[in-house]
Ligand binder design. Structure first.
Ligand code: PLP
Length: 281
């Protein structure tokens, strides 16, 4: 099942064509998006997602998105959903039609079913591989045109990395910077547990600030964990008590195997972190 809504709150047929072939989101990947988990009609971290959409749009110098309109469209999708208790809600915002003098962006919200693989990853965890992204942790600030840390619709590289993981017998990826530090997954934030401390790399190194990681840290702090935002050398992943990939739809997923080597069993720790995250909802 799928539900499509536009920013004026009208529903549209998700099986019909609505986007023109000269839309710059399609032609150049020139646009931004968000994916939000809706559970029992509750869109998790809606405000942080809307704020990040606006931040990504600003990085691309798109017109400021109509966040009220996006919220209206999101509510329409959620209210119209008659599928399971969870859905993935996508908000999409592109530069619109090539050469349009009015420069009207394309904007919509869409509700989608959640793949079965997601449920499996949540409960069983994933095998991941380290893949280099080829730039240093200082490039994001020096070269803002690279749009590092913007959630653009140009995810071809991220999807290619996941296919590479598949070729290596894994389901996910942890990107590393040129200095060997941890960046992020193609669709997730990396969180590491050591003792009673949770670590995640700072978004200033050119990664997306994760809404799920933020919610996890909020919940974990209340449960007595210390939280630290600092660079993580990739070499430390193998000795961590738990390596977690946090993302809106898969939530708190543990990495059980890295580059073909089994990591220390983090199943109990994972359950504890899931509980800390879920306590926020
Ligand atoms: N990093 C990247 C590149 C992502 O695409 C995502 C989500 O899709 C994340 C991190 C995690 O962000 P969030 O927890 O807000 O979904």
């Amino acid at each position: 099942m799928r539900v499509l809504a536009f920013l004026d709150g009208t529903l549209a047929d998700p099986d019909a064509a609505h986007i023109r072939v000269d839309d710059l989101g399609l032609l150049r990947g020139d646009g931004v998006f968000e994916t939000i988990l809706v559970a029992d009609k509750n869109p998790r971290e809606l405000r942080p997602h809307l704020d990040r959409l606006a931040r990504s749009a600003a990085m691309l110098e798109l017109p400021a998105p109509d966040l009220e309109g996006f919220e209206r469209a999101a509510r329409k999708v959620i209210d119209s959903w008659i599928g399971g208790r969870e859905l993935a809600l996508k908000l999409v915002y592109t530069r619109g039609i090539d050469g349009d003098p009015a420069g009207v962006p394309t904007a919509f919200a869409m509700g989608l079913e959640i793949d079965e693989k997601v449920q499996r990853a949540r409960t069983e965890g994933v095998a991941a591989v380290l893949l280099e992204r080829g730039f240093g942790p200082d490039v994001a600030e020096r070269a803002p045109w690279l749009l590092l840390g913007a959630k653009t619709v140009s995810y071809a590289v991220n999807m290619a990395a996941l296919r590479e993981a598949g070729r290596r017998g894994a389901q996910d990826v942890i990107f590393t910077a040129a200095d060997g530090s941890v960046l992020e997954g193609p669709t997730s934030t990396v969180v590491v547990a050591k003792g009673r401390t949770l670590y995640t790399p700072p978004s200033t190194i050119g990664i997306l600030p994760g809404t799920t990681q933020y919610a996890l840290f909020r919940g974990a702090e209340k449960a007595g964990w210390t939280i630290k935002v600092e660079p993580i050398p990739a070499a430390e992943l193998t000795t961590a008590d738990a390596v977690i990939l946090a993302s809106s739809v898969r939530l708190v997923t543990r990495v059980h195997t890295l580059d073909g080597v089994a990591l220390p069993d983090s199943a109990a720790l994972h359950r504890e972190l899931v509980a800390a995250y879920e306590s926020e909802y």
